[in-house]
Write a protein that binds this ligand. Structure first.
Ligand SMILES: CC(C)(COP(=O)(O)OP(=O)(O)OC[C@H]1O[C@@H](n2cnc3c(N)ncnc32)[C@H](O)[C@@H]1OP(=O)(O)O)[C@@H](O)C(=O)NCCC(=O)NCCS
Length: 371
């Protein structure tokens, strides 16, 4: 076999998948994300990603019923969430909580296809509970019990704020979750697949993926993108700020993508919904600031925004704390990661690439006194 090297594995095909592709726009199991975001709910899309087909009515009802029943976490975990210092980032807390959930998972040791599907459903239901509970405990509020009559993203907003979200907010939240649900062989998905390729378990794969997603070059970009807008601060400062940053060759978080060089279809779709929520919540200034930055980055560098650029604003308009944005990405993506873990294990070969050695040539060992 010929060996090839590409920094950052750019252009390297590292596996096969039937879950999604970026070749013809972004599609999940053959369906365009725009169509899914327009007509489906997140729960339908989660089912599609996990099971391979859109659910029939009875299948969807059963799925929703199972998610509702699993939307609780052990009291020991709530106690841990209470004890972790308030300054700990929610992403770190979520990573710990995911690992801890494995200790209470009755099928933790069973990595069969069927058991992994069941474990995925339970994680999907439990992670929003963890994020909402941690946020409320941190801010000295009583916990809000899940309302299983609500869809998963709306239920998250309910558990977090103790108020039912408006229809427009539910639609926008749902769409953001759909667009975050799955994305082929990105860094966190690849991490999850690598982890289980050793025949490790699903919770280990997901915990590792959360660690990979956290970085600002990947999922952490949605929190960093809001940081950009906070730093800019006003419409009047936007143009000078962006020209200065580009002149210094610094990166602007929320822009650029390894694969989408002409535009991220998720960003294009979410921009319209985000603008509608901005109008409803009185955030027109933020939209104008974002538009100025977007136009200049495109004109000067031909770099388009990615999904995190509108999503950061959307979550800000909902009044969500910035520290929850990447955890929300996790809540939406856990189904994509799990589907990849299951696909990897269905046809597994351990991931073991090679490296080009750049260290010293072979040399003679010397006793400590002669070094
Ligand atoms: C996503 C990302 C990591 C892709 O990286 P990549 O394919 O390795 O591309 P590179 O980092 O090599 O960038 C290529 C060129 O575009 C520039 N560029 C890429 N992203 C940029 C950004 N967000 N702002 C300004 N310039 C950027 C780089 O500086 C580089 O310029 P150069 O050729 O003059 O040195 C990169 O675009 C980035 O860091 N974006 C910001 C973080 C982000 O939003 N991540 C979320 C992705 S969904």
């Amino acid at each position: 076999m010929t060996e090839s090297y590409s920094p950052g594995l750019e252009g390297i095909v590292a596996g096969e998948t039937a879950i999604s592709t970026v070749e013809t726009g972004l599609t999940y199991r053959g369906y365009a994300i725009e169509e899914l975001a327009e007509h489906s709910t997140y729960e339908e899309v989660a089912y599609l990603v996990l099971y391979g087909e859109l659910p029939k009515a009875g299948e969807l009802a059963g799925f929703r019923q199972r998610l509702g029943a699993a939307a609780v976490v052990p009291p020991e975990l709530i106690e841990t969430l209470r004890r972790i210092p308030a300054a700990a980032p929610t992403m770190d807390v979520l990573r710990t909580a995911t690992s801890m959930l494995a200790h209470f998972e009755p099928e933790a040791a069973d990595s069969s296809h069927a058991a992994n599907v069941r474990k995925t459903e339970r994680l999907l239901a439990k992670l929003p509970v963890v994020v909402a509970a941690r946020q409320r405990l941190k801010s000295g509020q009583e916990l809000v019990i899940a309302d299983t009559s609500l869809a998963l993203p709306a239920n998250f907003l309910w558990m977090l704020r103790g108020q039912k979200p408006s229809e427009k907010q539910v639609k926008a939240m749902d769409a953001s979750f759909i667009l975050y649900a799955e994305h082929e062989f990105n860094a966190s998905t690849f991490t999850a697949r690598c982890t289980v390729s050793t025949l490790s378990d699903l919770h280990s794969g997901i915990t590792a993926a959360i660690g990979a997603l956290k970085g600002p070059l990947h999922g952490g970009a949605n929190e960093a993108a809001l940081g950009v807008l906070e730093e800019v601060g006003s419409v009047e400062r936007a143009e000078a700020w962006v020209r200065n940053v580009l002149a210094k060759k610094q990166k602007i978080m929320g822009f650029g993508h390894r694969v989408y060089k002409d535009g991220d279809p998720r960003a294009v779709y979410l921009k319209r919904l985000t603008a509608a929520v901005a109008a409803e919540t009185g955030h027109q200034d933020f939209e104008t600031m974002a538009e100025i930055i977007e136009t200049i980055v495109w004109t000067q560098k031909r770099i388009p925004p990615n999904v995190d650029w509108p999503c950061a604003r959307l979550y800000h308009y909902f009044g969500l704390p910035k520290d929850l944005y990447t955890p929300l990405f996790v809540v939406a993506r856990v189904v994509g990661w799990s589907a990849h873990i299951i696909e990897q294990l269905d046809n597994n070969r351990i991931m073991r690439p090679r490296s080009i050695y750049t260290g010293p040539a072979v040399r003679k060992w010397k006793p400590v006194g002669n070094r």
